[in-house]
Design a protein around this ligand. Structure first.
Ligand SMILES: *Cc1c(COP(=O)(O)O)cnc(C)c1O
Length: 400
């Protein structure tokens, strides 16, 4: 039976982008480790080299396993094209470097990923690029700054670690009125929950290291958008060399086949844990876009299909409570990554904002007792029970 109905994202995650790369009747995309590709026919070699004919020349430029990864994510983000990188940070820095020149102005928000923030505060200014960082979630301020003119409007939503939300559709409109390129880091939401290109953004970036791969065993980054924009970013990357490794591409491809299942469970766990944490006396604040108490809950509802696997909460007693509580959790990794199948926790002062002073963190609205949780795919009741026994321990210690 043929039907015009578009298949669902979960089915695409399993099947999309692979067929063209299967060989020998294999049902799985092969890992092609070859650095170079040979040609008998000199004219064919030339045609491939100048892009007149499809094919591969050298591994820094293209690789079949890496292309299968790019094709899958491109389809999941409803993009014309995608190009990949060795890490998420390489995707971000190469994309910015492709378009920014001395004298340009870029507008972004204060709460971007720590590495991105370093690019904004350390590396771009020394290239005479003006960086304006607005209060995250303050749409009026972003609109005002963008209307003064800028080359790029760079957003991330939800953000790290307090999961703040920015209205992509509204900001894309503001950006385009000012002639800016609108870029969104979609790492936290994943293409299952949010598609920035469909909301008007020009480019969407992922750290594939996180939810896309999902198993914390491969580094990668990717940017998706129009053929025209992605072609320019690809050219910058093929020359500058932050190419994705074929083995990483294979692991990321394999991870992505279960993306919808993992993210579904991660969202369910995050919502349940957020509600549980709200009921605890020891918890001062819970940050999760799925909670009605979240500042931009309505915007999140509008632009996200579900609210993601990331949340954070602040405990009474600050870092002392954090020191007692986190080691007691049994089914978590206490580590700096996120998006994996295992629940992962860490204090903001050790993970996302380790490079800031306590005063700087306080100014950013990040209490010393803030704990970031990346929910895994464990059974919900086990996660809640684990937090419950850890809280019980800390409460009993405090009573002594
Ligand atoms: C981790 C992360 C990055 C950087 O990705 P790497 O793969 O570690 O280089 C960028 N943005 C966000 C939101 C991230 O969580």
């Amino acid at each position: 039976m043929t039907t015009n109905k578009e298949i669902q994202a979960g089915t695409k995650a399993v099947w999309a982008g692979e067929k063209e790369y299967l060989v020998h009747g294999a049902t799985q995309v092969p890992v092609v480790l070859s650095v170079a590709y040979g040609y008998e026919d000199m004219d064919e070699w030339y045609d491939v080299a100048v892009g007149k004919k499809k094919g591969h020349i050298y591994g820094r430029n293209t690789n079949p396993t890496v292309q299968a990864f790019e094709d899958k994510i491109k389809i999941l983000e409803s993009a014309e094209a995608a190009t990949s990188f060795s890490t998420g940070m390489a995707a971000i820095s190469n994309t910015l470097s492709t378009f920014l020149l001395p004298g340009d102005r870029i507008v972004s928000i204060k709460d971007t990923y720590g590495g991105t923030n370093k690019i904004f505060t350390e590396f771009l200014p020394r290239q005479q690029i003006e960086v304006v960082l607005c209060e995250t979630g303050n749409h009026e301020q972003i609109e005002e700054e963008v209307s003064k003119g800028c080359k790029i409007l760079y957003l991330e939503t939800p953000t790290n670690p307090t999961v703040k939300i920015t209205d992509i559709e509204r900001m894309a409109k503001a950006g385009h009125e000012a002639g800016a390129l609108v870029i969104v880091d979609n790492t936290f939401a994943t293409p299952m929950n949010q598609n920035p290109l469909l909301l008007g953004a020009d480019l969407v970036i992922h750290s594939a290291t996180k939810f896309l791969g999902g198993h914390a065993d491969a580094l990668g980054g990717v940017v998706c958008g129009s053929e025209e924009l992605v072609e320019q970013i690809y050219h910058y990357r093929e020359i500058n060399g932050a190419t994705m490794d074929p083995m990483a591409a294979y692991l990321l491809l394999r991870g992505m086949k279960t993306l919808h299942l993992r993210v579904r469970q991660q969202c369910e766990n995050a919502m349940a844990l957020a509600e549980y944490l709200q009921s605890k006396d020891m918890v001062e604040d819970v940050f999760y876009p799925g909670l009605a108490t979240h500042t931009n809950h309505e915007v999140a509802r509008k632009q996200m299909r579900d609210f993601g696997g990331m949340l954070s909460f602040a405990v009474k007693g600050g870092i002392d409570t954090v020191r007692d509580l986190l080691p007691k959790l049994q089914y978590v990794n206490r580590a700096a990554n996120l998006g994996a199948v295992e629940t992962t926790v860490g204090p903001a002062r050790t993970t996302s904002h380790v490079e800031c002073t306590p005063e700087e963190r306080a100014a950013m609205g990040i209490p010393e007792g803030l704990i970031r949780v990346s929910c895994g795919i464990e059974e919900t009741e086990d996660i809640i029970a684990d937090f419950e026994q850890a809280f019980n321990y800390v409460e009993s210690v405090l009573k002594v």
